[in-house]
Design a protein around this ligand. Structure first.
Ligand SMILES: [Zn+2]
Length: 327
């Protein structure tokens, strides 16, 4: 009996140890809204993106909303670009520049000739400095009739949220002193709303230069989600004729690093800066909420109508792709 009891104790001890080991290795990271043991997830990347923070995204979006009007024909447009540039520099992205271009636009029967500005933050790659991985988002905003975008254009979801994602990715990269193998650019595009001029200028110049663009991810309207429960949250990833494989890869990152559902509705894929990259032959994707916002180009497109835990999850996807493919 004694031996049996001893064997039972030994067995119980071994079983207990196994259970502790299993429970430790399956530990869930509920704070950040996803399980750290998703198949295929790389611990380095999971840890890295766990720094992406909903409150910081909200703070950046509020800051952008308070700069209104952010209309591309407003006299303050250069000041806005300089403010975004200075924010990148404050975050430690010292290689941030304004890239200017001169355009003609027709708006409400009037011709406007203006200087416009892209804000480009570069983190130079250690091994392949001439290869570029790009995440972009436009910073200008507009207001539909009967609103007057010169007076007010809050543009929190469209597209303060996308610019906030760039700043947050930059903040986390600098916080961890991450040095990528290839160069990374975080680009806040100007002059998107009337004719997508910022991305047209950038890609036109890129074709004349020597840098190789590996891919571009466009974050535009990534904070509206009206489904109350996270299992119902979805990101729509729009691709182009040359980027179906990149979209499948991005969907895998969504599965590995977030609890978001995935949608693939390309109806509006010509309506964002990624389209100009496609037109020039580069691989690009367009990330947007799959929930349709009623506040599009309205005065109600404000921070109070945004969902920043959702925005955090979408931001994680771009960040995970940048970091995983450059570590
Ligand atoms: Zn937009």
């Amino acid at each position: 009996m004694k031996n049996l009891k001893s064997n039972c104790l030994q067995s119980a001890l071994i079983i207990s140890l196994i259970m502790v080991f299993v429970s430790c290795s399956k530990k869930e990271d509920t704070v950040h809204g996803f399980t750290s043991t998703k198949p295929g997830a790389v611990p380095f990347v999971t840890t890295f993106i766990s720094d992406i923070n909903a409150d910081t995204l909200s703070t950046y979006t509020t800051w952008l909303q308070n700069m209104q009007p952010r209309f591309m024909l407003s006299a303050n447009r250069r000041n806005i670009a300089v403010s975004i540039k200075n924010k990148f520099i404050q975050l430690g992205l010292s290689n941030t520049v304004l890239d200017s271009f001169y355009i003609t636009n027709y708006y409400k029967d009037t011709t406007y000739n203006t200087w416009q500005y892209n804000v480009i933050a570069t983190i130079t790659g250690s091994l392949y400095p001439d290869s570029l991985f790009i995440v972009g988002a436009h910073y200008d905003a507009i207001l539909n009739v009967p609103g007057n975008p010169w007076i007010a254009s809050p543009g929190a979801d469209d597209n303060g949220s996308g610019v906030a994602s760039l700043l947050e990715i930059g903040r986390v990269i600098k916080k961890r002193n991450f040095v990528p193998k290839s160069s990374i650019q975080l680009i806040a595009f100007g002059a998107e709303e009337l004719n997508m001029d910022g991305s047209n200028d950038y890609t036109t110049k890129a074709m004349l230069g020597s840098k190789k663009i590996k891919w571009m991810l466009n974050n535009d309207m990534i904070s509206f989600e009206n489904h109350p429960n996270q299992p119902d949250w979805k990101v729509n990833i729009m691709d182009y004729a040359n980027s179906a494989a990149l979209r499948v890869s991005a969907e895998n990152y969504v599965s590995m690093y977030t609890d978001l559902g995935k949608a693939h509705d390309t109806t509006a894929n010509k309506e964002g800066d990624s389209y100009n990259f496609y037109l020039k032959g580069y691989k690009a994707l367009f990330f947007i909420s799959s929930a349709s916002t009623p506040y599009y180009h309205q005065m109600q497109d404000v921070v109070g109508n945004c969902n920043f835990p959702y925005c955090r999850e979408v931001t994680k996807v771009s960040c995970a792709m940048l970091v995983d493919q450059n570590r």
